[in-house]
Design a protein around this ligand. Structure first.
Ligand SMILES: [Zn+2]
Ligand SMILES: [Zn+2]
Length: 820
């Protein structure tokens, strides 16, 4: 007689029991080996948790539970990345204070996370907007400042004159404000910067020592963008007859004899000195338009390259030749020196520019050392020609020699450059961690004394945006007016707040010691828990958050605050969940899935199973109703079989027991292996197979259910699926007669009686045999595909795996079929 699966009742019951038991507490300094498993903490938005969060948090929870059963002392914490622009915009539009809306949203998130059965240590929860946390975010600002890693400087920012606000690049659409369609302007503002460039080399070098996806590592290396080149000064002849140094950076000094013009950025400080009176008006107009375009558009290779001749010339320091100076918006001031030496024969952009303005094109590098007719830029290395005494040298050697010559002559030097800029930390915003600085008319910027931290965000703030581009905090005279810490004379507080990425750059340390109110963390606890063993989160943070965190860690390491210089040993990126229409989920498309509703309809264990089963962790996956229904049926089958088994006596001996034992051993080995390798979807497949087996044999020979082997297999199954379906497993476990929690039981060890049998799979491409590979018998399609991707014979074929279908015949064949 089947018993109804009352998931809501079961889940509510165990949720509160587990809380009483304190099952998920991480114990400081326990003798057990530690395992620190971190997930990227959520921004507590008003729309609550979505299934994208589930894709990150559910697999992570499975690992945390698995590790606990394996005997690890697991730190699995959660908190909230709570400062940010949306809460402030919401306040402007609806008059709800960000503190209120954030608190409300955090309550919703907490309830949802608990409903899903995520096993966090809730005692360590915090939000970055709490004064007890941002006090230390401010402290870290001071820490970096004292180490010469924070400074104030002017920079150009996008500005909407209608909204009276600074805009980020992504808030500008076709040169207009995303909110009101007003054309944006550039405004020069004073900003605080973190000197992340100091760590450029270390940020690249450290990538070799961490187990991260290659894609993320190469994105970080590209972001840092290390390149070796030379800097040398051209002499500009100014409008006033004076000579001005115009430093030029180039990776291709071997093309120096091919320079036929210079182009300077519209922001270039010497621009007006280098412009003749008759060209001033034209140039000014061009510059104004150029400054309105965003950098990405200016640098785009598709865009037409434009420029204006300034009327003046510069002298090539190597051959004394005079070349015309242009201003052009394809040169960006923040990159290099803000000047490009135009070598049209050997640079595509310069070639287009030269053709457009009728400038000479001179070939100085050739593939074979012979002069040739040029129809497009020749950008490769080669042999130098038309280059005085350097003619005949290969490019690399010429670069070396030329670097030596410019250094000897004192006109330049070889340099290493980085694409990465210093990190602008200032935000002209209210809802962020204050920058703990006081501006004194006499002493300039002075740090707020450490014992006066935190600088509290005032609650009563007029959010009206200001003409000046300052933060709404500038409206609050009580906040602004203060005294200089040095001479106690009237001074004013910094009103900018810190970028939200400052808050998330050190949060993983705080979990080790979240309640400390004398230091940001106790070194002993850090030494015990850190670094993070496994970090799971979205690839959208490939450069910003993950790079900034590494920068903070390295600065702390150099200061002796911590004993490691890479914060996250292993990183996994989960894929996205797309809507049933294969589109990115969004409210406007109406294709979102609400986890609350799923839990109501199917229970949390089904939601968890489906999220694990939906596809390999790293790949995007498409949500489907059929899929979650399938998971629901599977979960109910677990319930039905094992509640039946729990009611039966164990009093039979049967020959078939040996087979059941072997099968049990097989799945212990297989599932443990899948979990250790984060193959959650194939793990669920293995459970399905195992369950099918138990159903089949119990139908064929009903008495088998009363044997010791069957009972043991059932209990092992329930124990092993506990990390995936914690509520269901706990309920059945107790029906088996156990009193302690299944989550406190030990992960089963294989007896080793099942020897993994191997089989040969034939791999075909469009029906033609390409390779034969050995895999464990009964491998599922995903496992075979993985083995195939490792095959050298297959990788030689350069197959685009995004454009193929697979036909798999178990234990025999995998045919890769290229889609037509
Ligand atoms: Zn606007
Ligand atoms: Zn002072």
């Amino acid at each position: 007689m089947e018993e109804e699966y009352r998931y809501t009742e079961i889940e509510e019951k165990w949720k509160s029991k587990w809380e009483e038991l304190g099952l998920n507490k991480a114990v400081d300094f326990s003798e057990k080996p530690k395992f620190y498993l971190l997930v990227m903490f959520p921004y507590p938005s008003g729309s609550g948790l979505h299934v994208g969060h589930c894709r990150n948090y559910i697999p992570a929870d499975v690992v945390a539970r698995f590790k606990r059963m394996k005997g690890f002392n697991v730190l699995h914490p959660i908190g909230y990345d709570a400062f940010g622009l949306p809460a402030e915009n919401y306040a402007i539009e609806n008059g709800v204070h960000p503190k209120m809306s954030t608190e409300r949203n955090i309550a919703t998130f907490g309830r949802q996370l608990k409903n899903i059965g995520l096993s966090y240590d809730w005692d360590r929860e915090f939000a970055t907007s709490e004064p007890s946390y941002y006090r230390w975010t401010e402290w870290f600002f001071e820490f970096l400042y004292k180490r010469g890693l924070a400074y104030e400087d002017k920079s150009f920012q996008w500005w909407c004159p209608h909204c009276k606000t600074v805009l980020a690049n992504e808030q500008i659409i076709d040169g207009k404000c995303w909110r009101c369609d007003t054309p944006v302007e550039k405004k020069e503002l004073k900003e605080w910067f973190f000197r992340i460039t100091t760590y450029a080399d270390k940020l690249v070098e450290g990538l070799d020592r961490i187990d991260w996806p290659d894609r993320i590592k190469s994105m970080q290396a590209n972001w840092v963008g290390k390149s070796e080149g030379a800097e040398l000064a051209f002499k500009g002849i100014g409008n006033d007859g004076n000579m001005y140094d115009i430093p030029v950076y180039t990776k291709r000094i071997d093309t120096i004899f091919g320079v036929t013009f210079l182009v300077i950025a519209p922001e270039y400080p010497l621009l007006s000195s280098l412009t003749t009176d008759e060209n001033k008006e034209k140039v000014a107009q061009y510059v104004e338009e150029a400054l309105r375009k965003i950098d990405i558009d200016r640098l785009s290779t598709e865009k037409e390259k434009t420029g204006i001749f300034l009327g003046t010339y510069a002298v090539n320091p190597l051959n004394g030749e005079r070349v015309p100076i242009f201003v052009g918006d394809y040169v960006v001031y923040s990159y290099g020196t803000g000047v490009v030496m135009g070598v049209p024969a050997h640079d595509e952009r310069d070639f287009v520019f030269a053709r457009k303005y009728g400038l000479p094109i001179r070939v100085v590098v050739s593939p074979d050392g012979k002069d040739f007719e040029i129809n497009e830029a020749y950008v490769d290395d080669g042999v130098l020609i038309n280059s005085a005494e350097f003619s005949g040298l290969p490019s690399a050697e010429a670069r070396k020699n030329l670097n030596k010559v410019i250094e000897e002559k004192g006109i330049g030097r070889s340099t290493v450059r980085y694409k990465m800029r210093d990190w602008i930390i200032s935000r002209q915003r209210y809802w962020g961690a204050p920058i703990p600085v006081i501006h004194c008319p006499q002493h300039g910027a002075v740090l707020v004394p450490e014992d006066e931290l935190p600088v509290l965000l005032p609650d009563e703030v007029d959010f009206t945006p200001r003409d000046t581009g300052e933060s709404p905090l500038a409206n609050d005279k009580e906040f602004v007016n203060t005294n200089c810490p040095i001479d106690s004379k009237p001074a004013s507080r910094e009103t900018d707040t810190q970028d939200g990425f400052a808050c998330s750059s050190w949060y993983y340390l705080r979990y080790a010691d979240p309640k400390n109110d004398t230091v940001p963390f106790d070194r002993k606890k850090i030494d015990y828990w850190l670094p993070v063993d496994l970090y799971i989160g979205g690839a959208e943070h490939a450069v910003m958050h993950l790079l900034y965190s590494r920068f903070y860690t390295k600065a702390m390491y150099d200061a002796g605050l911590i004993g490691f210089d890479e914060p996250f040993k292993k990183l996994l990126n989960q894929g996205m969940i797309l809507g049933a229409d294969h589109q990115k989920m969004s409210k406007s498309k109406g294709n979102t899935v609400n986890p609350d509703e799923m839990i109501k309809t199917y229970g949390a264990d089904t939601l968890r199973t489906y999220i694990l089963f939906i596809g390999p962790l790293e790949s995007d996956a498409v949500w489907s109703i059929d899929g979650i229904n399938g998971s629901f049926r599977f979960v109910k089958r677990i319930w039905n079989l094992f509640t039946d088994v729990s009611k039966l006596p164990v009093n039979r001996l049967m020959e078939e027991e040996r087979e059941v034992e072997l099968i049990t051993d097989k799945y212990i080995q297989r599932i443990t292996n899948q979990l250790e390798n984060f193959k959650f979807n194939t793990m669920i497949s293995s459970f399905m197979e195992w369950l099918n087996y138990l159903y089949k044999i119990s139908q064929d020979k009903p008495d088998i259910m009363k044997t010791k082997a069957f009972r043991e297999s059932s209990e092992t199954f329930v124990k092993m699926i506990a990390p995936a379906t914690p509520f269901l497993a706990e309920e059945i476990w107790h029906r088996f007669g156990y009193n302690e929690s299944v989550h406190q039981s030990e992960w089963p060890a294989p007896k080793g009686i099942y020897k993994v049998e191997k089989t040969i799979i034939v791999v075909e491409l469009n029906g033609k045999v390409k390779d034969k590979i050995e895999v464990p018998l009964d491998s599922v399609e995903e496992e075979v595909k993985e083995a195939v991707l490792q095959s050298k014979a297959i990788s030689k074929l350069n197959i685009d795996f995004s454009k193929v279908n697979f036909i798999y015949v178990k234990n025999k064949l995998l045919n890769i079929v290229v889609k037509k």
